[in-house]
Design a protein. Structure first.
Lengths: 192, 192
DNA sequence: AAATCCAAGACGACCAGTCATATTGACGCT
DNA sequence: AGCGTCAATATGACTGGTCGTCTTGGATTT
């Protein structure tokens, strides 16, 4: 079976290449080269570069959802789960040599004027992520593990935005410092 | 004198256009059109698009330094000055219809693989900004206005990263919500 | 007249997407 | 089983358009 394999190769290479080099800076040929697939084959499997982008975002979001699984149904107190979640995320940066950052955040600025379909997929992924974190925070507030003076969804949105900012900084600096500072500040000052 | 005027028109139009549409998404022709200057004239005044980018960043950073002035030598308690600073910044978003975001943050992702000269200028501007904020926070800590359990420069870096993340979100959503949440969370939970 | 400055279009590189042709493989029929 | 059919896929040269940059002839100044 050639079809699923070729398509899968394109999707996988597309995810990696677009993540590392950004959407606009990556050509279709870059992707087909990375997938070791002739360029002409690309359009047998994807209607356009944008269409691949939408699927790449979907796959990235699905991977994120898997990573959020223990956040929802894992054991232990909610704040411990939340801390573990962000600590896991923070380990992805150094593992990739700080070359990638968060694909969702990267696409957000890369596509600010183009590709409404991809933008919508990105924002849907963010909304989903925010919802899960808000739920865990609400759980912690109800359990009396942290203060309730700010609404859970406000805190969740703030956390995600702050984390995205930290990831971008750490990507540029190629250093974990901003990620560590994020953990230190949020869990000492906010999530208590 | 035609030369300084043309150059100035290009710089000013370049700042606005690059800010709104991003570096890669903006062509030299877009800039010369916005400046109402013939395209051929561009290279009489700037060596390259990158060179204009460096000067645009420098001008943006200089505008930022002016805005930071009251932060350093203004009256009142440090935390009040800091809050006023961010509140002022947050008013720039809606004033521009949330179309721009922060030029430094936008360039950071836009140029992650290109233009080391511009990247260096961007990071220098960030470092400068961080330094000023860290100084104000240290002042507040020494005055006993806030806790000292985290170092001032860690907090300053966190604040900037978090603000950049909030600005990007607010730009996409075309809403002030993320900016308001930033103010609410940071000044209720961190800067106390 | 000499020197300097400016602008209009040309140039080459690049890129998303297309096309014509070649190849494959699943499937119905005998 | 053997064979013909046909739709899906493979392939890389090609197209149309855009972009950054440069060249060149003309305008302006001294």
């Amino acid at each position: 079976m050639a079809k699923p394999t070729t398509r899968e190769k394109l999707l996988s290479a597309g995810l990696e290449t677009l993540h590392k080099r950004g959407f606009n800076a990556t050509g279709v040929q870059d992707i087909t080269d990375a997938a070791k697939v002739p360029k002409g084959s690309f359009y047998n499997h994807f209607e356009s570069k944008d269409a691949l982008g939408v699927e790449v975002v979907a796959r990235y979001a699905a991977m994120g959802a898997v990573r959020r699984q223990p956040l929802v149904d894992g054991g232990g107190p909610p704040l411990v789960r939340l801390r573990a979640h962000f600590r896991n995320l923070n380990q992805l940066g150094p593992a990739a040599g700080f070359r990638r950052g968060c694909l969702l955040g990267n696409f957000r600025t890369d596509l600010s004027t183009h590709s409404p379909a991809i933008r919508a997929a990105v924002e849907a992924a963010f909304d989903d992520w925010t919802r899960v974190i808000a739920q865990v925070i609400a759980e912690a507030q109800e359990a009396g593990d942290m203060s309730r003076d700010l609404p859970a969804d406000t805190l969740a949105g703030f956390l995600l935005n702050a984390w995205e900012g930290a990831v971008m900084r750490s990507r540029v600096e190629k250093s974990q410092a901003a990620l560590d500072a994020f953990l230190a500040v949020t869990f000492n000052k906010i999530l208590t």
